[in-house]
Design a protein around this ligand. Structure first.
Ligand code: C2E
Ligand code: MG
Ligand code: MG
Length: 764
């Protein structure tokens, strides 16, 4: 049956409950018929909950038990049962209710349940004392005992009175627990119906207690009416589909009823005190009950206070811990690591110890996170954390200080060699695949090593920074390696920072310009193109591209710089073609960094630059390095394919220095291979010649052109010619020159005489 049907049945049962209560109270229908009907509905509900909702049998059985006991007590009281038995039959259901409520509350309030239940207990005890003093005790004195029918007291009457007090006290606890459950936000429809049922029972018990007083005449039908209503409300609870989630633990906020709890517990303490103080104990037995009850209440309150203090203390501990540890791995965070390092440095004073700090950064973690998702990223981090823990000596401390950065402190190392050995051991820990959901995934790390030389006053912060600096050196050196800190690194870092800041303003200050290096086809004797190379005159002093390009790439400044270079280079080419300096088919090569290929605007930038300069797309060569294909294959591939579809040509720069595989080369749109200078310089070596011959053949099979870079001698030129490479670039042909010199350079190169002299001085 669908959820909706169950829900409809539940509401019908509830409605039937309300109608039955009214009709029985009004005397319209007989108690007997109504009872039979209600018990039938309840049986169906118990079976539904157990079989259809599959909530197990404990809950439904408890409901059935409570109902049976209540009805049995009701039936027994009119059929000559012993009064004690009737009271026991009435006490038991409330006890069952307390047990069920405690169980439900514990499940639903999880870790907060203990305090809530303890509060319930205090209220129950308080209620017991009041009931004892005000309701039961007076009944034990025949002259004063007007409260209960059992006022004509013998031993049976006493026991009965005590039991009745227990019933009422238990009912108070039930109401208290119920209120907590309802107001804690842990409730749902089934709990609501259940609450109505429980309240019905409590009301019935009170009505009965009152009706038994001599001075009040209440028709027992009221008791029956409430009992029947309660039974049907209980049935509604068991029918309702939300009963399935009753047993599911759910952490809920219980702040809203906190005030109510406080008020209830306070009242449960004050009211008995007033009651005890305001009345005299009529007999020694009563005094004993009063004292015993007060002691139990005091103990309960004390226990609760202790529990609360403990809970506070542990919350505080938890707060301190979470402020000092990383929640994902449970490792110390930066603050705690700095404290550990500080302690290690202090205690190493005057000893041969030179504490080591290792700074470990997981290589390309961002790529893992971005491509495989954060869950995998978290898996990797926890694996790394446990690998590190397993690899360090017991006395060492491992911490995670941010995203993918870990720090290890070994306070017992005495030499730099020991520090490096530890770092190597950690690097080894990355050799195994990380496992988890990606069984074949390997990650590597870059490790910076710094140790505190003895006798040097170094702060914890400084030592950590040194390790960090060394780690960056390890990254620069190609990752997956170790770098040991030395003072020159600080200089480098400062210098780099200095470049970084100055570079931000370089473009707007007009400190950047392009120089152009001709690319010639020796066979044709023509300048076929130019490569645009960036120059930076920082406050008049030239800065090498080898120095500022990597910084620009790291900081992202390469994106605006590259855009500018692209526009400027194409505008120059347009100018030279228009004024006849060079042939209309001359090309312009512009270097592009990986960062630019990852910029979503890049293709647009290229289209825009081509459009404004009216340069044909096939005259633009974009030079990318092999690294682009290896580190970000998908992203780069997508951008390059779009560019290719526009007609733009792609050249692989510095070919042979990276690690690109043939399969990668095949996937990428490549129209030109630029043989790196290092091969050209070693052409005397037969091995190198073989490599160059292979590159030329490979380019041929990819239908790509070949350009040799860095040609400086005529010997290299003729060797390249013999290997089938006629397009060259290098100081022999012409160094990169400023814009003003280009017309002269082109004229000179395209003049047969002077060109022949240049490439073959012997012939001049
Ligand atoms: P690259 O693209 O491989 O440029 C060739 C480099 O070799 C240039 O260095 C050039 O001056 C130099 N060179 C040319 N012929 C010879 C020769 O015969 N012998 C020797 N020893 N060197 C020669 P440069 O201008 O210092 O540029 C270095 C690198 O900086 C470039 O290498 C390129 O990767 C990068 N770069 C330069 N301009 C830009 C740019 O606008 N954007 C980007 N992303 N990178 C650029
Ligand atoms: Mg280049
Ligand atoms: Mg190059």
């Amino acid at each position: 049956m669908a959820r909706r049907t169950f829900s409809a049945v539940a509401w019908s049962a509830a409605l039937a409950g309300a109608v039955t209560t009214t009709l029985v109270a009004a005397g319209t229908i007989g108690v007997g018929d109504a009872t039979a009907g209600a018990l039938l509905v309840l049986t169906a509900a118990v079976l539904t909950a157990g079989l259809a909702h599959r909530i197990g049998w404990r809950g439904p059985a408890a409901a059935a038990l409570v109902t049976t006991l209540l009805f049995l007590a009701r039936w027994g009281s009119t059929h000559g049962f012993d009064a004690r038995l009737t009271e026991i039959l009435l006490t038991a259901p409330f006890t069952v209710m307390i047990v069920v409520l405690v169980a439900t509350t514990s499940r639903r309030l999880a870790d907060r349940a203990a305090s809530v239940i303890a509060d319930g207990l205090i209220v129950g005890l308080g209620a017991w004392i009041i009931v004892w003093v005000l309701l039961v005790e007076p009944a034990s004195d025949p002259t004063d005992g007007t409260w209960f029918v059992y006022g004509a007291l013998d031993s049976v009457g006493d026991a009965v009175s005590v039991l009745r007090a227990v019933v009422l006290a238990a009912a108070t606890v039930v109401v208290m627990l119920l209120a907590i459950l309802l107001f804690s936000g842990a409730s749902n429809t089934a709990i609501g119906f259940g609450a109505a049922a429980v309240l019905g029972c409590v009301a019935a018990a009170i009505v009965r207690a009152v009706s038994l007083r001599d001075d009040v005449s209440l028709d027992p039908r009221w008791f029956d009416a409430l009992l029947l209503g309660a039974a049907l409300a209980g049935a509604a609870a068991l029918f309702h589909p939300s009963v399935r989630t009753i047993t599911a633990g759910r952490r809920v906020r219980i702040s809203s009823p906190l005030m109510a709890r406080l008020t209830a517990t306070t009242a449960a303490l004050i009211a008995p005190v007033i009651a005890l103080a305001g009345t005299d104990a009529p007999s020694a037995g009563d005094r004993i009950v009063r004292i015993a009850s007060s002691v139990v209440l005091a103990v309960a309150v004390m226990t609760r206070v202790v529990q609360s203090v403990r809970a506070n203390a542990s919350t505080q501990d938890e707060l301190v811990r979470s402020a000092l540890t990383d929640s994902l791995t449970g490792l110390p965070n930066r603050t705690l690591m700095l404290r550990h390092i500080d302690t290690a440095l202090r205690s190493s004073w005057g000893t041969p110890r030179q504490p080591t700090v290792l700074f470990i950064d997981v290589d390309r973690f961002k790529a893992i996170n971005d491509s495989l998702g954060h869950a995998t990223g978290d898996d990797v981090l926890t694996t790394v954390a446990s690998r590190l823990l397993a690899s360090v000596p017991d006395h060492a401390v491992v911490g995670r200080i941010s995203g993918d950065e870990f720090v290890v402190l070994d306070d017992r190392t005495e030499t730099a060699a020991q520090s490096v050995m530890l770092a190597e051991k950690l690097l080894d820990a990355f050799r195994e695949p990380v496992g988890g959901s990606q069984p074949d995934m390997f990650v590597t790390a870059s490790i910076g090593v710094a140790h505190a030389p003895s006798g040097m006053d170094l702060s914890a912060d400084a030592l950590m920074r040194h390790a960090d600096t060394a780690m960056y050196r390890a990254k620069d050196a190609g990752r997956n390696c170790i770098a040991v800190f030395d003072d020159s690194m600080v200089e480098r870092v400062t210098q780099r920072l200095d470049i970084e800041t100055a570079l931000y303003r370089a473009l707007e200050r007009g400190e950047v310009h392009l120089v152009h290096q001709p690319i010639v086809d020796v066979d044709l004797g023509l300048v076929v193109g130019f490569e645009a190379l960036m120059r930076w005159r920082r406050e008049g002093a030239p800065v090498s591209p080898a120095e500022f390009i990597p910084v620009a790439e790291d900081t992202g400044t390469i994106v605006p710089l590259g855009t500018w270079a692209l526009r400027d280079a194409l505008a120059r080419l347009r100018g030279w073609i228009d004024d006849g300096t060079c042939k209309p088919s001359t090309t312009m090569s512009v270097n592009v960094s990986p960062r630019q290929l990852n910029d979503p605007q890049f293709v647009h930038t290229v289209v825009d630059a081509l459009a404004t300069t009216r340069v044909s797309a096939d005259q633009l060569w974009l030079e990318v390095t092999e690294g682009v294909m290896i580190t970000e294959p998908d992203q780069a591939l997508a951008t390059l394919r779009r560019l290719e579809s526009l007609g733009v040509r792609i050249a692989v720069d510095d070919f042979g220095t990276g690690y690109s595989s043939l399969s990668l080369l095949q996937r990428f749109p490549i129209h030109c291979v630029k043989i790196d200078r290092t091969f050209v310089q070693r052409l005397d070596d037969p091995g190198t010649r073989t490599i160059v011959r292979t590159i030329v053949a490979m380019a041929g099979s990819l239908s790509a052109e070949v350009v040799a870079e860095g040609v400086e001698t005529t010997g290299q030129l003729s060797l390249l010619a013999s290997l089938g490479c006629s397009r060259v670039q290098g100081y022999l042909i012409g160094a990169p020159v400023g814009v003003a010199d280009i017309p002269a350079v082109v004229a000179d190169l395209e003049d047969r005489e002077s060109f022949a002299a240049r490439i073959n001085p012997a012939r001049a």
